[in-house]
Design a protein around this ligand. Sequence first.
Ligand code: 4AD
Ligand code: MG
Length: 484
Amino acid sequence: MFNNRTRIKELLASEKANYETTVMGWVRTFRNNQFIALNDGSTNNNIQVVAELGKFDEAILKRITTGACIKATGEIILSLGKGQKVELKATSIEILGDSDAEKFPLQPKKHSLEFLREIAHLRFRTNTFGAVFRVRHALAFAVHDFFNKKNFVYLHTPIITASDAEGAGEMFRVTTLPIDGTAPKNDDGSINFKEDFFGRSTNLTVSGQLEGELAAMAFSDIYTFGPTFRAENSNTTRHLAEFWMIEPEMAFHDLEDNANLAEEFIKYIIKYAMDNNKEDLEFLAQRLEEEEKQKPQNERSELGLMDKLNFVVNNSFERITYTEAIEILKESNHNKKKKFQYLVEGWGIDLQSEHERYLVEKHFKKPVILTNYPAAIKAFYMRQDDNCEPGRQTVAAMDILAPGIGEIVGGSQREERMDKLTKRMEEMHIPAEELWWYLDTRRFGACPHAGFGLGFERLVQFVTGMGNIRDVIPFPRYPKSAEF
Ligand code: 4AD
Ligand code: MG
């Protein structure tokens, strides 16, 4: 058996000494031809492996370079040096993989996040990305933990679909037809998708919600957690073309129940990471604090990362309607002094991220659940509010806005009334015959139900304090970029 190693995290945590063990990992630095800082990804803390002078061949020592992979066996002893309680006094060192010190792109010094994005295949080996992806893992685990405890069924919705769940037309096409102009055509010159692999036009899913609703009408409570795809040409620090979304869908829930669940869920998973990834979060908090120091005073955030997370976990989210939000924005000094790029003139406008951020960061200074948006700016499936003022039809929608991020959750109570739903679909030119299966749930045993979608990367950004969404997913996909 080759793998008889001890993980470095365990070694450092136990603080036991005077026993023999083996470690394996990647060399971060090698000082004085004697002290190896070795990391195996279990923690940002390295174990110091000591290669006593004169005990090892020069040929081996030369191969202990930054980036090389080694196996070291020896005795764990209490360390006399500063910075670590125990170290490994090596009796044997084996080079598992050489790393040419001249060519290794990840030199032991500070690199910019932009540069590290270009070498995303190696950036896992830095402290920042080690911490980010261990936290990402913990958050993903907590998602399943939360729903499992509540008896939700984890549903795998399809990645290839023929529908546009959000009706926004931002889809990546899936086809096996040739793209050299020889694809079969209809009489009118359009492509004949009947000849395509699935016998129809298909795309990568933008959301698993519609399929999720079908299952909620049997299991009561389900959730999805999978990749979703949006061909929107957004080059921002908040958008990806491929991102992971968690979409719970619950029968017998109205908008308020939905908001309650979303708030409880967000708090639970953040708390989980705080309890289980303290060391990594403290590292990231420190990193953020240094980054913030580079900014002008008025752009720095008031709270450090840990304080911010604590605050979110321990305080209730603000809940206001869209109509109330518009009043606040319209009357704000920010608007009056024309500091918004898009001035807030009246009811009906879609909120820009500058408006969302004003509400969350300047006005309320806490996460905000915005509800009851105008029907005109929301998707077809949202439940139409009753007794609206003429010309002010709203829907039972909710967006959750987080400080520094903006929209982190989008959801709604669903329109369960067949007549209202089909009328809305007609108005929005959504072909009812293609969604016959969706409409069947309204025909056979419909019930009030609701759900939401949480953008997983935006949550990871919020928890880790990383400024760019491209740095919280291993290999980001965005316009003009699909390397790795
Ligand atoms: O608001 P969205 O578009 O809502 C839906 O897709 C609904 N079907 C969800 C539901 O009710 N089941 O997207 C939900 C969330 C957003 O709030 C945001 O956090 C994230 O998904 N999101 C993105 N994250 C990264 N990159 C993008 N391009 C994103 N688009 C949406
Ligand atoms: Mg949305």
